[in-house]
Design a protein around this ligand. Structure first.
Ligand code: PEP
Ligand code: CO
Length: 451
């Protein structure tokens, strides 16, 4: 709860007057302000006009005229950073989008959890191993995953590094999205090698062949296939706006409208642990005009929904606010409908997106943190069911995934077992669906969207 009851007038720094949860304990205040000043002096990563365009796309999502696909790593890291990894993540998003667009005949708005997703909320400030206690890993933006004293000490220069890595990542994404890689005529080439031989890969190939035929038909009928729609896509970035000092440093006033935008990403979201309507995170994001997401877990109440709407979208603008629900497969069918019914009756304009990951994490017998593909699927199914029941729009999905052939989530067509998790368990934080599991999810969702 907030430390004050008087509303705080918004400025980019006014969040600091409120209770900011999940902030690192930076050991050296001077080093922190030095790092933030360095970031403040950098150019913005995205432009206000792009964020406005995404808001427009999300308004279409809120009306059921498009579908939101948001996905990427739980946590990006400084080590797992290469052109190939960025390309493979982008590829899997493009493949999922093709499956959804083709299957559901709906445009897909593609938003990566990428180019800035480096800070993590933690359930505990410290971690104890073999009797030794250290600060918890809070993402590469803050400290290192390695469990030794020096490595776990929060270092604000890491935020400077995050800025530069985000900038390089975004640069490559823009090139992929605009420079021919995302050309619909290359739809077959996006099939990753290891996916190509799988049942999902074959299903995808079949769609690819149909798309090739459809393009051939259009060309023969005289349609100009050199138009940008056929060979470029819009790729948007997003991350959890957790480290408010960093977000403030990249907040700029748009010269066109005079409004403030957080130029660290196109879309920012508020996590389950920081969504206190009176807290610093909600306050900070209430003042920037980017499209905003807010996670809602099983404890969320209709009153909280109203309070969040009142602060984050007082003008009820469609596309401004996305609620990302993460109830868990077991709770979604009971927990979600009352929030949907309430919001429908209140007339809130919202995008509803399903995060089928964060409510379904558990520790396997092997000791690895994992998720069952079937639970992920069950939550998506429950999400679609709840919207069908309430007559609201199931607008999108928010998933932790990677383009690599990792073994982090159990199940899926290849039936990854607990015993297989050690083969390629590479995440720095939560378990991600691999490319094949992601594609399988897209096929199943396309069917749900069709029916
Ligand atoms: C996340 O999206 O990585 C996350 C921490 O989710 P949540 O806030 O829903 O727990
Ligand atoms: Co996560």
């Amino acid at each position: 709860m907030s430390s004050t009851t008087t509303p705080v007038a918004w400025t980019p720094s006014s969040w600091a007057e409120l209770d900011a949860k999940q902030q690192p304990t930076w050991p050296d205040a001077d080093a922190l302000s030095l790092a933030l000043r360095e970031i403040e002096a950098q150019p913005p990563l995205v432009f206000a006009g792009e964020a406005r365009e995404l808001s427009k796309q999300l308004a279409r999502v809120s009306r059921g005229e498009a579908f939101l696909l948001q996905g990427g790593d739980c946590a990006e890291t400084f080590d797992a950073f290469s052109a190939d990894q960025i390309r493979d993540k982008f590829k899997v998003l493009l493949q999922m989008a093709v499956v959804l667009t083709y299957g559901a005949q709906l445009p897909v708005v593609k938003v990566g959890r990428i180019a800035g997703q480096f800070a993590k909320p933690r359930s505990s400030d410290t971690e104890t191993r073999d009797g030794q206690t250290m600060p918890s890993y809070r993402g590469d933006a803050v400290n290192s995953l390695a469990f030794d004293g020096g490595a776990r000490m929060p270092d604000p220069q890491r935020m400077v590094k995050m800025y530069h890595q985000s900038s390089s990542t975004l640069n490559l994404l823009r090139a992929f999205a605009r420079g021919g890689f995302a050309d619909l005529r290359r739809v077959q080439e996006w099939n990753q090698e290891f996916v190509g031989d799988s049942p999902q890969g074959k299903r995808y190939e079949a769609i690819g062949e149909e798309i090739d035929r459809a393009l051939g038909f259009l060309a023969a009928a005289g349609v100009d296939l050199s138009a940008p729609t056929f060979h470029q896509v819009d790729a948007y970035t997003s991350h959890e706006a957790l480290l408010l000092g960093y977000e403030q440093a990249l907040t700029r006033r748009d010269s066109l409208t005079g409004d403030f935008y957080d130029c660290s990403a196109h879309m920012l979201w508020i996590g389950e642990r920081t969504r206190d309507p009176d807290g610093a995170h909600v306050h900070f994001l209430s003042g920037v005009k980017n499209p905003i997401g807010c996670k809602l877990g099983p404890t969320a109440t209709p009153d909280e929904v109203d309070e969040l709407v009142a602060r984050l979208n007082p003008d009820n603008i469609p596309g401004r606010l996305t609620f990302i629900t993460r109830f868990g497969a077991e709770n979604v069918s009971e927990g979600l409908p009352p929030l949907l019914a309430h919001s429908r009756e209140a007339g809130h304009n919202l995008v509803w997106s399903c995060d089928p990951c964060h409510g379904n994490t558990f520790t396997a017998e092997s000791g690895y943190k994992t998720r069952r593909y079937d639970d992920v699927m069950a939550e998506v199914r429950g999400f679609f069911g709840a919207h069908a029941q309430e007559g609201t729009v199931p607008g999108g999905v928010h998933v932790e995934l990677t383009g690599e052939d990792v073994t982090e989530c159990v199940g899926g067509a290849r039936d990854i077992l607990d015993a297989d998790l050690g083969d390629r368990y590479e995440t720095a934080c939560d378990p991600r669906l691999n490319a094949e599991q992601s594609l399988e999810l897209a096929f199943e969702m396309a069917e749900m969207l069709r029916s």
